[in-house]
Design a protein around this ligand. Structure first.
Ligand SMILES: [Zn+2]
Length: 162
């Protein structure tokens, strides 16, 4: 929808077409709402165009133009490449990839299963090139939470790469 322009020579033609259709509608309206009959044709047509333009503007603003962060869908965080999607302002389908070979990483958070373990961490491993990295503090959902918070922080402070 960016840079969408109607060539000026078409505008007159569109107005003419609209005029024809709107007048037919106006005659239908007149049968039900007497107020319309006081209005001159040109006023009715112009008002209906303004009304529709406002509706169209709202529609585009709400459904078509996404906020800038919708295009922020990958980043390197904690030495790992992350990709995700946005659903409204929620992060969904957050996946991790190898920063070297782009393969999907597997994780290992078995250290968190042992409740006496002091060194809780989630390891992220590339089975293809043996790259590995880890996030300390907790299991996979804890680690994903850290990443989500970091993404949200960058969006909030507007410091993500565009
Ligand atoms: Zn790899």
């Amino acid at each position: 929808m960016r840079n969408f322009k109607i060539p000026p020579e078409y505008l007159g033609f569109l107005y003419f077409l609209w005029f024809e259709f709107a007048i037919i509608d106006k005659r239908k309206f007149m049968e039900e709402y007497s107020i319309v009959s006081f209005m001159p044709d040109w006023a009715f047509v112009t008002l209906s165009i303004i009304f529709l333009a406002a509706l169209l503007y709202l529609f585009i603003k709400i459904f078509i133009i996404k906020p800038a962060f919708f295009y922020y869908i990958e980043d390197n965080l904690y030495k790992i490449k992350w990709k995700w999607r946005w659903k409204k302002d929620k992060i969904i389908e957050l996946y991790c990839f190898c920063p070297k070979c782009e393969d999907r990483l597997v994780y290992d958070d078995t250290s968190c299963k042992d409740s006496y373990s002091l060194n809780k961490e989630t390891k992220f491993i590339c089975e293809k090139c043996h790259f590995s990295s880890s996030l300390s503090g907790g299991d996979i959902s804890y680690s994903l939470n850290i990443i989500e918070r970091e993404i949200n922080r960058k969006v909030r402070l507007d410091i993500y790469e565009k």
